[in-house]
Design a protein around this ligand. Structure first.
Ligand code: ADP
Length: 459
């Protein structure tokens, strides 16, 4: 609509401006030509002391053809002494045309107008004898020839403008239909996705801005679909993980309640099992809470943390567990290792990796942790000679609730969330984590790299 309005405005301007200019040009040339003719007559009469019908007619016989439609000559009272028109001659009558009145008062007067059919030009000038006005010369012209040309020009311009207007309207309609068609396609896709049809995609056509928006929308929807799938899987995995210990607790309490005269020893055994299941529940919920906090981005303010003391503390915590499993625990720590994080982050990384090492070790095995500084990077390596991770599982072990061996993980008290927490924490602190087979034997090596802090605090 706005394009059409602009084009219409331009067309109106194109139609009126050249016509106005050419009309003005015609007017000017008419006035020039007419004043020339009138002056010729006036000079023929200029020697006469007094104008009479006779001397004027005589003087006019020597005036050449001027091409003017009508010439009248009046005396000072405005009485017509000469009229070039033969039928309906005004000789003897008084002519008080504006131009004549103006000429008799001593001024020239020339006018031109266009009435749609012809150019009308009128003009008069005084006849002067010794600075005395003795009469007036009046000329009148009715030109249809130039008016015809002018009219042709007008109609041609109108025709061209009309054609342009029709073309523009048609073109605008076609273009706007094409444009709105594509936009409404995109809108429909947006609505479908909003309603939850995440697999729906908008059709991508061409390379213009709309095509780019469509492509962006489709990739946004891809991401949304992936996120939604992950969320659904996570919710169903989480509820399944929570259901298992709850079902265990239910089963155990039912057994206690339904068995009459259960001996104290068995009751104690069952209640211990209930306690273990409850502990597992609280471990899972704790891990879930930690992951949710990491997901929400509400991370604690980072500060330079010395990693070696944290490692030593974790060592002390896990020593008993390792001894029970007959796993040898060792470490070497570089005290220059300072990381921008929180103590809890570093604790999580060490604890989860080292605890996994112990959990998935065989009796008599070892777990060795190294904390080093390589150039500007703090490197944490946790190595064990345990059961190892099959190649096909390597890419998945950081996924939430992913376990290579579900039974074993459960048996050793795993939640399937430890490595996800480590990975998310490391990524939050702008680090990387890798897993590999131990070189030269069975087992696994986890390598975490974190930027070395340069001192001071930052957000
Ligand atoms: P979990 O609580 O089950 O240990 P994690 O997220 O910590 O969960 O680990 C995911 C899975 O990766 C584990 O179930 C286990 O199968 C495997 N895994 C992790 N660490 C090791 C390791 N050091 N040696 C062998 N397998 C491991």
């Amino acid at each position: 609509m706005s394009y059409i309005l602009i084009i219409v405005a331009v067309l109106i301007l194109l139609n009126s401006y050249p016509l106005l200019v050419s009309q003005n040009l015609v007017f000017r040339s008419k006035v020039t030509a007419m004043s020339g003719s009138v002056k010729v007559i006036e000079s023929a009469l200029s020697g006469l002391e007094e104008l009479t019908e006779e001397n004027v007619s005589q003087a006019m016989t020597v005036v050449e053809e001027t091409g003017v439609s009508r010439i009248m000559i009046t005396d000072t009272a405005g009485r017509v002494l000469y009229d070039s028109r033969e039928t309906g001659s005004a000789v003897g009558l008084y002519a008080f045309y504006t131009e004549i009145v103006q000429a008799l008062s001593g001024d020239d007067a020339f006018f031109c107008s266009y009435d749609g059919e012809a150019f009308l030009s009128r003009g008069a000038c005084p006849v002067v004898y010794h600075n005395q006005t003795v009469g007036a010369v009046y000329a009148y012209e009715y030109d249809t020839e130039q008016a015809e040309l002018f009219k042709n020009l007008q109609t041609n311009l109108m025709r061209i403008s009309g054609m342009i207007a029709v073309l523009v309207i048609l073109l605008s309609m076609v273009l706007s239909r094409m444009l709105t068609g594509r936009i409404s396609g995109l809108l429909q896709a947006i609505r479908q996705v909003r309603e939850g049809a995440y697999s729906h995609r908008a059709e991508e056509k061409g390379t213009d801005e709309i095509a780019q928006i469509t492509a962006e929308f489709n990739s946004l929807t891809d991401k949304l679909q992936t996120t939604e799938n992950t969320r659904r899987r996570f919710v169903s995995d989480a509820s399944h993980e929570l259901k298992t210990p709850l079902a265990g607790i239910r089963l155990l309490t039912d057994s206690i309640l339904q068995t009459e005269n259960m001996d104290a020893e068995t009751v104690r055994e069952f209640v211990t099992d209930i306690g273990q299941e409850a502990e597992r529940l609280s471990r899972i919920t704790e891990d879930l809470l930690r992951l949710t906090r990491l997901d929400s981005g509400a991370i604690q303010r980072a500060e330079p943390v010395e990693a070696a003391p944290v490692l030593e503390r974790v060592m002390r915590m896990l020593r008993m567990v390792a001894r029970e499993k007959e796993v040898q625990l060792s470490y070497c720590a570089d005290h220059r290792a300072v990381v921008m994080a929180t103590e809890d982050d570093i604790h999580q990384i060490f604890y989860n990796l080292m605890e996994n090492g112990i959990k998935y070790s065989t009796r008599g095995g070892f777990v060795h942790t190294e904390l080093t500084v390589e150039e500007q990077v703090v490197v944490i390596r946790v190595e064990d000679d345990g059961v190892g991770i099959p190649d096909e599982d390597m890419n998945h072990i950081f996924d939430r609730f992913y376990r290579v061996d579900k039974m074993r993980s459960r048996a050793v008290g795993g939640t399937g969330l430890g490595l996800s927490i480590v990975r998310d924490t490391v990524l939050r602190r702008e680090g990387t984590i890798e897993v590999a087979h131990r070189v030269g034997g069975q087992g696994t090596v986890f390598t975490v790299r974190l930027p070395l802090a340069e001192g001071g605090t930052e957000a």
